[in-house]
Design a protein around this ligand. Sequence first.
Ligand SMILES: Cc1ncc(COP(=O)(O)O)c(C=O)c1O
Length: 512
Amino acid sequence: MKDDLTSSVTIFVTTAVCVVALIQRKQRRTQNSYHTQHPSNGSSLSQPWLSKQDVLQLRTKHFLKSVSVSYANTGGLMILKGNGSRLYDERGTSYLDTRNNVCHVGHCNPRVVDAVSRQLAELNTNTRYLHPTVIRLAQRLADKCPDPLQVVVFVNSGSEANDLALRLARAYTKSKNTIVVEGAYHGHTLAVLEVSPYKYQHSKEFDLQLQEEETTKGPVTTPGPHIWQVPCPDMYRQRHNTGKEYANHVQDGCDYFQRKGESTGAIIMEGGMSVGGVILPSDDFVRDSVTAVRNHGGVYIADEVQTGFGRLGSSFWAFQHGNHGIVPDIVTVGKPFGNGMSLGAVVTTPEIAKAFDSMGVEYFNTFGGNPVAAAAGMAMFDVLEDEKLQEHALQIGGYLKKRFWEIQTERLHQDLIGDIRGSGLFLGIDIVESSTLRTPAAAKTSFICSRLKQQYNILTSIDGLYDNVLVIKPPMVFSKEDADFFVESFSKVALELEELGATVETMEWTPT
Ligand SMILES: Cc1ncc(COP(=O)(O)O)c(C=O)c1O
């Protein structure tokens, strides 16, 4: 009797457990399943599944429209996994990434992942507590900068770094007058938008005022009398023949401030103009511009957010490219520093730091330089150095350039590729209507970018004052095979372009 009862209870409990399990399974299915197996490598993604369409739809409700979607014309890309120079979408399709200069030592680099995971499991706080990893990272970054750049402030992004750089410059020079380069982008806070012609020239947010200078494109407007904009020192589609002549515009700016009885605060520029279309300024431009600014009391802020950490191959920083020997007063870094973790920094001189410290206000940044981000920075440095990725960038970039110049001599490409410029894995292919006239071909560039993605699963980006520069700035682990595949795919798209002829001009392509 007791045995019968026990077995009845056992049967009941087992049945109940099975029923509950079945119900739960059904519920999980109708919720469209958690823990999706990733198709590309079988890894488990602990997130509720949403289709690409669902994500797009939810974005229209919850995101600003001005937060754009890459490749929107083909429904956008849902990227769920990364590895080296590759990205994978929700179906496991692999894309060659030629545009991500953030995951510097490769997407999901295992050493960075490991360092971040271990630190996150141990502690994450702020810079008010002493922490060996954080200070060692500051030391390592300062060691990479020439003297007297040795004071480091950690922040979370390139925008924050440039924002703080402007504050440091203002504290030191007591002037907010700033010289900026046409086409430049330095970030998204209000202060740095004011020094970003790429944004303020196109935004109704600013009450732009006419500047006392004309460019070839007409009168120049800036967000106020404290901002002076100079032409981008582009030697390919040139307005001037020498860097010296371009630097005269910087001198004009200093003179303009002086006429108002004011000094110059700063010039902010990149050692390689990235959004401007991969323009490496000539030695005389850098030397003469910075000298003019310094003679009028100002400082040189070098924005290394895109170009830093060996990307150019020839030097660790873009501001060191060439032989001008000019050392900036303030350097800003971001994107590649944390290999995908939010990590940026400002490096400056003890003298400028002292001026800022005398302002009497604490600099506190809740997340800036937290131990987890610092662990990512340390691991990024380790991989960069151990795998000699700066040397690798020089080699692969040189090879890519050589291959592009080779195909440029072929009839198919002669009138399509106007210029191939840059250094290391910071390259720009200037797409033109005619090589002799150097007319920018924005529609063709857009077409190439779209077709590279659609036909060959290659992700590229477009920059430049005329939206016609195909920019190559991939993770630094970009291989020779990746380079070959890229050049060969580009050639096939060029052939397609030729077959389509003039119709491309009338097509609507919105790849980025
Ligand atoms: C040259 C440069 N500086 C600063 C920034 C701003 O960096 P973040 O987007 O990390 O704020 C960017 C971003 O694209 C950039 O290209």
